[in-house]
Design a protein around this ligand. Structure first.
Ligand code: ADP
Length: 206
């Protein structure tokens, strides 16, 4: 990879941030923004000072997913900045990863064979940049209806072979999409729920 633009020096404005976490996916629509938002609010709920930055400039979701009254901090002194990355592993993503000193990455995918190549690309990009991929979230892995569990994808755990330490399954939950649309993150709306527990585990490992 090319040298970072700010060789050896942190960009001004990022110097007061302890940890910068990239939430990344290789395809659009797999739930990256949903995971970025809920992860950020989980970390804040754990007592950390947290900011969230929507770097998905061509398809920003945060203005909808976080209503003004639920907003986290602006820049400033932060324990965590969560970056909702643009989907993919092209030049924009690469440059962003080179400019911003990332602490760790979380990759979001759906659990299907089709996603395997994309996850591999993401893992390769972060590994080249020496950014540890601490977790993969296999989103929309199942849903429950009529007392049965359904697996809308082929339910392959796509990431076992990448040696990423933590793997999380997140089910399809109507509440999760409704909360995204209403500007009130699910982990804030239902802090004791099953979804909130999954995000607490994810929060501990970033
Ligand atoms: P991306 O950032 O990858 O494009 P989004 O986070 O915007 O994806 O999610 C795409 C859509 O799917 C949104 O409408 C969101 O509310 C919904 N969604 C994401 N994850 C889930 C889930 N686990 N259960 C239900 N809906 C979800």
């Amino acid at each position: 990879p090319a040298k970072p633009v700010f060789a050896g020096q942190l960009p001004k404005g990022l110097q007061t941030i302890s940890n910068i976490i990239a939430v990344s996916s290789c395809k659009g629509g797999v739930g990256k923004s949903t995971i970025a938002v809920n992860l950020a609010y989980t970390l804040a709920g754990m007592g950390a000072k947290v900011g969230i930055f929507d770097a998905d400039v061509y398809g920003p979701s945060l203005p909808t997913m976080v209503s003004p009254e639920n907003q986290l901090l602006e820049m400033g002194e932060l324990d965590y900045l969560v970056i909702d990355m643009p989907p993919g592993t092209g030049d924009i993503q690469l440059t962003l990863c080179q400019v911003v000193p990332l602490t760790a990455a979380v990759i979001v995918t759906t659990p299907q064979k089709l996603a395997f190549i994309d996850v591999a690309k993401g893992v390769r990009m972060f590994s080249k940049l020496k950014v540890p991929c601490v977790a993969v979230v296999e989103n929309m892995c199942h849903f429950d209806a009529d007392g049965k569990r359904y697996y809308p994808f082929d339910s392959v755990q796509v990431v076992q072979q990448f040696g990423i330490p933590h793997l999380f399954d997140l089910p399809i939950r109507p509440n999760l999409s409704a909360s995204g649309d209403s500007g009130m993150p699910e982990v804030v709306a239902d802090p004791q729920g099953e979804v909130a527990k999954t995000f607490q585990d994810l929060g501990v490992c970033v």
